[in-house]
Structures are given as structure tokens and as C-alpha cells.
Design a protein around this ligand. Structure first.
Ligand SMILES: NC(=O)c1ccc[n+]([C@@H]2O[C@H](COP(=O)([O-])OP(=O)(O)OC[C@H]3O[C@@H](n4cnc5c(N)ncnc54)[C@H](OP(=O)(O)O)[C@@H]3O)[C@@H](O)[C@H]2O)c1
Length: 129
């Protein structure tokens, strides 16, 4: 199941529910998405952990997703970022680092389309198409 999920909105209710049903969680906006303007990438806890491993903030966040067992496909139009985002298999976050990132959860979601706009947007969609 694909839902918005990143360190600032970890969706614990859904994590528990999907685990019970044996359904894989796939996180969209895994780095916070473009509208977050890099907020999670600049978080001091994330940057401290990244620095300790000689990695970028994006790599630390991707590694956190992987170690949580989430499916993670970051988006990027920058070839250097795409290479960087793939280079995450040569380090691992400690339990203390995983706990520190879990503690950043504040249900801050970056997809904020109003109900009115959602009705306009999805009202055009015919589920039988
Ligand atoms: N199912 C759904 O409803 C849904 C909704 C939203 C998104 N998605 C999918 O989820 C995937 C990821 O979503 P997303 O791209 O919107 O959000 P995202 O991966 O959280 O964030 C993308 C942003 O992070 C930046 N970024 C990526 N790698 C970086 C790096 N190494 N260092 C610094 N900045 C970096 C990108 O900028 P640059 O381009 O400059 O690297 C871009 O601004 C996409 O494939 C998207 O299609 C699905």
C-alpha cells in the first residue's frame, strides 16, 4: 500500500494495521517531497546521523526507510542525487539512530490538498475507466 510516509509522518497506525494484514508499506514523499523544501533533509538529528556515517541526509533517511522494512523509491531529476540515493548499501544505522529518527514523528504531512480541491480533482475520475 502506498501512502505518504517519512520521518516527520511515520503513519504508525498504518504500520501496525498493514503488519497485521501482511501488506507491504510503500512510502511516497519518502524524503518529504518537493513541497517540504528539504525540511527533513535539514533536520539536525538527520544531519548528525548522516555526518557520523560520512553520508548525506538523503542517504540516512533512505537507510532509515529500508531498515524499518518500508519500500522506498525517492524521486529526483538530478543524476547526482539519483546515484547518491542508490549508494546506501554500505552502511547501517544503529538501533539508537533508528530510535532517534523514530522520535522525529509528528504526523507532519506535506500533501495538503483541501477536500474541496480533492472533489474537483478526483470528481473527474471515473472508476470504471
Ligand atoms: N502514489 C502516490 O500518490 C504518490 C504521491 C506522491 C509521490 N509518489 C511517488 O513517490 C516517489 C517519490 O516522491 P517525490 O519525488 O514526490 O518525493 P521525495 O522523493 O520525498 O522528494 C523528492 C525531492 O527530494 C529531492 N531529492 C531527491 N534526492 C535528493 C538528494 N540525494 N539530495 C537532496 N535532495 C534530493 C528532489 O530534488 P532533485 O530533483 O533536485 O533531486 C525533490 O525535490 C515518486 O516516484 C512519486 O511519483 C506517489
Amino acid at each position: 500500500m502506498q501512502i505518504e510516509c517519512h520521518p516527520y509522518a511515520q503513519r504508525r497506525h498504518w504500520q501496525e494495521r498493514l503488519a497485521q494484514e501482511g501488506i507491504q508499506l510503500e512510502c511516497w514523499f519518502p524524503l518529504g517531497g518537493r513541497d517540504s523544501k528539504g525540511a527533513i533533509l535539514q533536520d539536525p538529528v538527520i544531519t548528525r546521523i548522516a555526518k557520523a556515517h560520512g553520508k548525506s541526509a538523503a542517504q540516512a533517511i533512505i537507510r532509515w526507510h529500508m531498515q524499518e522494512g518500508f519500500s522506498v523509491i525517492p524521486g529526483s531529476s538530478n543524476p547526482a542525487h539519483i546515484r547518491e540515493n542508490n549508494d546506501v548499501l554500505d552502511f547501517a544505522l544503529s538501533n539508537a539512530e533508528m530510535v532517534a529518527i523514530r522520535a522525529l514523528d509528528k504526523e507532519k504531512r506535506y500533501f495538503n490538498m483541501s477536500l474541496e480541491d480533492q472533489r474537483k480533482w478526483f470528481g473527474q475520475w471515473n472508476p470504471t475507466d
